[in-house]
Design a protein around this ligand. Structure first.
Ligand code: 5AD
Ligand code: SF4
Length: 457
């Protein structure tokens, strides 16, 4: 038995990829461990989206250098791998700057990990950042049932990867490559396998998930709406979600799915980035603030209780006070249930990084604080509005106290309640009693536990 420690940074795609790396290494005798200290193999699964992500990786590698030499003194070898988007972006530069690294592997080559590891080590450096013609998913093994079970009742499933949109701030089209959707049959088979292992909720993921397109079993062209409709019939799957979407790809079929599919959860993460048309154009988002408002209106007409979430960037080059005021106005108008917001961070190789009118750090910090205060108030108002309602909770784990269970509402809120009668994986009708800063507290309705299907309220 050898031990592998995988540390993931960044998005859900990296979480999913980390599991696939563990799956491809399992037949080689590797079991996962929770710390680097006792690991024979350490994989840093990196993110390149913002800030000095690469710098963080180098300081982590500094710590691993010490660990590697301590273990070497005890006669133990440690392989160090850099995977993910920093690996893709920096390639051989990593092995030059950090000799502790044995292998640099980009996200399209994880299926080759065992072969690459065999070639590396003992001073041999290997770098693989190719975008191979073959589909890596064809070569990645499925996790054994027990492993999938241990990973919990909520799972990610990649349906597409990469992006062709080229927003001017974003590295994704360079690190993850062009948009590629997985074949329908593969997605269905994976969903069925997850359901068979006890998974109740599947979140379809992709950098641009609603750009998913493929040939359906009927031979016609399918988009995400049709895919969700088909997956909603997989026995055992009670909940479907998807993330992350682009406003341009919110087509009528996807909006209708929010009206028609009870298994599709009333939650939409739809990044808008800015409320200013001038900035949206400079970002190459290919939509205006009003386009976004219209999409939200249509989605709310389809599913009135839908919880909305978004991503924002403040201090994009050229952003004026008036532009930022437009963002604040949009935030107040929409009423987001949750959101992520960031200071613009110039990414090497992206068009916006070359822009002359970079916004001073101080201004970015002020705008971020103002935006986050508004988003925070909006989130608290949303949570407060759910106090008193009865809602389904998918039980994911035991809570901190005896007899306490913790799970998620359809709106992706964390909910805790006392529920001796329910088990992990059950869906329980819970009356929300109180909204805390990070989670809601509720009480289960008598006899409302449902094991197969959605709780009938
Ligand atoms: N600077 C700041 N935020 C960024 N994002 C992507 N690129 C950058 C950047 N260069 C944010 C966007 C995106 C989210 C995943 O990360 O808001 O939606
Ligand atoms: Fe990046 Fe998303 Fe724009 Fe694609 S759509 S370039 S992933 S921000």
């Amino acid at each position: 038995m050898k031990k592998v420690f995988i540390k993931s940074y960044g998005c859900q795609m990296n979480v999913y990829d980390a599991e696939r790396m563990a799956d491809v290494l399992a037949p080689q005798g590797y079991v996962e461990t929770a710390t680097a200290d006792n690991a024979d193999l350490v994989i840093l699964n990196t993110c390149h989206i913002r800030e000095k992500a690469a710098e963080k990786v180098y300081s982590e590698l500094g710590r691993l250098r010490l660990l590697k030499s301590e273990r070497a003194a005890e006669g133990k070898a440690t392989s160090v791998v850099v995977a993910g988007c920093v690996a893709q972006a920096e390639g051989a530069e990593i092995t030059r700057r950090a000799p502790v690294v044995d292998l640099v592997v980009g996200p399209q080559s994880y299926h080759r990990l065992p072969a690459l590891l065999a070639r590396s080590g003992n001073g041999a450096k290997v770098v693989d950042t190719e975008f191979p013609a073959e589909d890596k998913f064809d070569h990645l093994p499925a996790a054994p049932r027990a492993v999938t079970k241990a990973r919990g009742v909520s799972a990610f499933l990649t349906v597409q990867e990469g992006c062709d949109k080229f927003c001017t701030f974003c590295v994704v089209p360079y690190t993850r490559g062009a948009e590629v959707s997985r074949p329908f049959a593969k997605i269905l088979a994976e969903a069925e396998r997850l359901a068979d292992a006890g998974v109740r909720e599947i979140t379809l993921i992709g950098q641009n998930v609603n750009a998913y397109h493929g040939e359906g079993p009927d031979g016609s062209a399918w988009t995400l709406g049709r895919l969700l409709e088909r997956l909603s019939t997989v026995p055992g799957i009670a909940r479907l979600r998807y993330t992350t979407s682009h406003p341009r790809d919110m087509d009528a079929a996807l909006i209708a799915a929010h009206r028609d599919l009870p298994t599709l959860m009333p939650y939409l993460h739809l990044p808008v980035q800015s409320g200013s048309d001038r900035i949206l154009a400079a970002m190459n988002r290919q939509h205006t603030g009003d386009d976004y408002r219209r999409i939200i209106e249509a989605t709310r007409a389809a599913r009135p209780d839908i919880a909305l979430s978004s991503d924002f960037i403040v201090g994009f080059p050229g952003e004026s006070d008036a532009d930022f005021a437009d963002t604040m106005r949009l935030v107040r108008e929409i009423g987001f249930a949750s959101a992520y917001s960031f200071k613009y961070s110039p990414r090497p190789g992206t068009p916006a990084a070359e822009h002359e009118a970079q916004v001073p750090e101080m201004v970015k910090a002020e705008r971020l604080a103002e935006l986050q205060a508004a988003l925070d108030a909006s989130r608290r108002a949303f949570n407060q509005a759910t106090v008193g309602i009865v809602t389904d909770v998918l039980v994911e784990r035991h809570g901190r106290h005896d007899g306490q269970l913790a799970g998620k509402s359809p709106y992706l809120q964390a909910v805790q309640f006392d529920g001796q009668d329910a088990a992990i994986g059950d869906i329980v009708a819970v009356e929300i009693m109180e909204a805390g800063p990070n989670s809601l507290f509720g009480r289960p309705l008598a006899g409302a536990t449902v094991r197969d299907g959605v709780a009938a309220l």
